[in-house]
Design a protein around this ligand. Structure first.
Ligand code: NGQ
Ligand code: ZN
Length: 456
C-alpha cells in the first residue's frame, strides 16, 4: 500500500498534524497502521484535502468574458441570461465534452477534486431529444473521466418558464422534461455510479418546477438518498414573483413545502430575511455560495454572519466559471462581508480564529455533504466511511509561504498573492497534477481551443 507523509497535514476535524502520514488502499485513505514516516514518501511541507466545487454549469466556461460589454442601458442578470441562452444554443455533445474537460483540468489545477454539475442542457436546440437521450450527460461524464475529477452529476428538472407556470420559452426548450422521462434519465445514469461518479438531482428553481412535479421527484430522490440541489432566491425579481404568486418568499416557501434537510443544497439563497436565514441554517442544508459569479451577475450579498452564527453549513461553487479558483471564491466571500460590515475577519470564530482555516473547513465539510461523496478529510472519523484519497500538496518553495508556520499557511494561501500554490493533486489515489501540470493538459487544451474557435 502506498504511504506518504507531509511535514504538516491539515483537515477540518483535527487541524494541523505534524508528520501526517497518509496510507492509500486503492482509491481510499486507510487509517495508518503505523505512525511516523517509516517507509513513506515525503510529499512536502503542507498537505490539505482536495476541495469540492458544489456548483458548475460547465458550458458557461466557454462564454466567460463575452458578456462584459454594455448592451442595454440596464444590463442585468436577466440580460446576461439572454446572452447565455444564445450561447447555450450552439453547444452539442462534442462541444460540451471539450469545454467541460478543459474546465475540469483548470479546476484540478486550482485545487478542486470534485465537481457538482448542475446540468440542464439536455436536448437538441429545438427541444427534440438526442438519439441517445442521455448524450449530453454522458459528455459530462466522459469529460470528468478524461480530466480525472470526481463528478456529482445533477441532471436538472426544468419544466416551466416562471412561477406562473408559463411554458418554456423558445430558447429554454432544450432544458425541458416531463417527470417520467426525467426519472428514466436518472435511473439510466445511476447504473454507472462509481467512487468517481455520484448521481443526484437538481430542481432548476422554483420558477421551473411546479409543485406537483416537485412532490413526485422528491419522493424518488429521498428514497434513493440522492443529493438534492436547487437554485433559490438569487435575484430580487425572483423574490417579488414568488411573493406575488405564492404569497411567500422563495426560501420561506421551500422550507414550508419540502422536507429540506442535510441532503439539500440551496444554491445562492442570497435574498433571505433574518428569519429565513436562521430557519435554513437549522435544517442542516448546505448554502451553495458562488461569490465570483454572484458578484459578476450583480446578485447581492449572502447574509453570511447571521447564517454562520446560527450554525449554517456552506460550500463554494464556481457556477458560471468567470473564475475557477477556490482562493478567489473564499477571498471574495470574506471581502464582501468586510465591505458591508466594515469589520475584519468576519468568517472567523472564537473556536477557529484563522479566517482562512474556518472558511476552508466549512467548505470541505459542506461541499462534501452537497456532493454526496466521502471526501474533504484524510483520517478515520468515527461513524464515517473511509474517505476517497484526494489531497493537495502546496508549493513549499513559494515566496507566499516564506516565514509562515502552519498556523498561517492557509490564511497566506487564501488571502495573499495571485500565484497558484497547488503544486500536486491526487484524486482517488492517483496523481492527476504533478508540479503544476495536469497529466493530459496539452491535448485537452488543444481540443478546447479548436472547439471554441469554431463556436465564434
Ligand atoms: C443558470 N445561473 O441556470 O445557468 C443560472 C441562470 C436562471 C445562475 N443563476 C439562469 N448563476 O437562473 O434562470
Ligand atoms: Zn447555477
Amino acid at each position: 500500500m502506498p504511504a506518504y507523509f507531509a511535514d504538516s497535514g491539515w483537515m477540518p476535524h483535527s487541524g494541523w498534524v505534524e508528520r501526517a502520514r497518509f496510507e492509500v488502499d486503492g482509491d481510499r485513505f486507510v487509517p495508518a497502521a503505523v505512525a511516523g514516516t517509516d517507509g513513506a514518501e515525503r510529499l512536502g511541507r503542507y498537505v490539505v484535502p482536495g476541495l469540492p466545487n458544489l456548483h458548475s454549469h460547465a458550458f458557461q466556461r466557454a462564454m466567460a468574458g463575452l458578456a462584459e460589454r454594455r448592451g442595454h442601458s440596464e444590463d442585468s442578470f436577466w440580460s446576461w441570461r439572454e446572452v447565455m441562452y444564445q450561447f447555450a444554443g450552439r453547444i452539442g455533445p462534442d462541444q460540451l465534452r471539450a469545454i467541460a474537460a478543459q474546465l475540469y483540468v483548470e479546476m484540478l489545477k486550482a485545487g478542486y477534486t470534485q465537481v457538482c454539475e448542475f446540468h440542464y442542457l439536455h436536448h437538441q436546440p429545438d427541444g427534440r431529444p438526442y438519439a441517445d437521450a442521455a448524450a449530453m450527460s454522458l459528455a459530462l461524464i466522459e469529460a470528468a473521466q478524461e480530466a480525472g475529477i470526481g463528478l456529482t452529476l445533477l441532471p436538472t428538472l426544468y419544466m416551466t418558464g416562471g412561477f406562473d407556470g408559463r411554458p418554456l420559452g423558445e430558447r429554454q426548450r432544450r432544458f425541458g422534461h416531463e417527470v417520467d422521462a426525467y426519472l428514466r434519465l436518472l435511473e439510466r445514469l445511476s447504473a454507472s455510479q462509481s467512487p468517481m461518479l455520484r448521481v443526484g438531482i437538481a430542481l432548476h428553481s422554483l420558477r421551473a418546477v411546479p409543485q406537483e412535479a416537485l412532490r413526485v421527484v422528491l419522493g424518488d430522490a429521498l428514497a434513493q438518498d440522492r443529493p438534492i440541489h436547487i437554485h433559490i432566491a438569487e435575484q430580487i425579481g425572483e423574490v417579488q414573483d414568488s411573493l406575488a404568486i405564492r404569497d411567500a418568499r422563495p426560501v420561506e416557501w421551500l422550507l414550508g413545502h419540502a422536507p429540506v434537510d442535510a441532503r439539500w443544497c440551496l444554491v445562492h439563497a442570497t435574498h433571505m430575511t433574518e428569519q429565513e436565514t436562521r430557519a435554513l441554517a437549522a435544517t442542516g442544508a448546505v448554502a451553495g455560495l458562488c461569490p465570483t459569479t454572484e458578484a459578476n451577475l450583480g446578485d447581492g450579498l449572502f447574509p453570511l454572519q447571521t447564517y454562520l452564527d446560527a450554525g449554517g453549513a456552506i460550500g463554494i461553487g464556481s457556477d458560471s466559471h468567470i473564475s475557477v479558483s477556490p482562493v478567489e471564491e473564499l477571498r471574495w466571500l470574506e471581502y464582501g462581508q468586510r465591505l458591508i460590515t466594515r469589520h475584519r475577519n468576519v468568517s472567523a470564530s472564537a473556536a477557529t480564529p484563522s479566517t482562512g482555516e474556518r472558511l476552508f473547513a466549512l467548505t470541505l465539510t459542506g461541499g462534501a455533504r452537497a456532493s454526496g461523496v466521502a471526501i474533504g478529510r484524510f483520517g478515520a472519523v468515527p461513524g464515517e466511511p473511509a474517505a476517497r484519497a484526494d489531497l493537495l500538496v502546496l508549493d513549499e518553495n513559494s515566496p507566499l509561504l516564506a516565514g509562515r508556520d502552519a498556523a498561517h499557511a492557509i490564511d497566506s494561501w487564501i488571502f495573499a498573492g495571485n500565484t497558484n500554490l497547488v503544486r500536486d493533486v491526487m484524486v482517488a489515489g492517483r496523481w492527476v497534477v504533478r508540479d503544476f501540470r495536469h497529466r493530459d493538459e496539452e491535448r485537452i487544451a488543444a481540443r478546447y481551443r479548436e472547439v471554441v474557435e469554431r463556436l465564434k
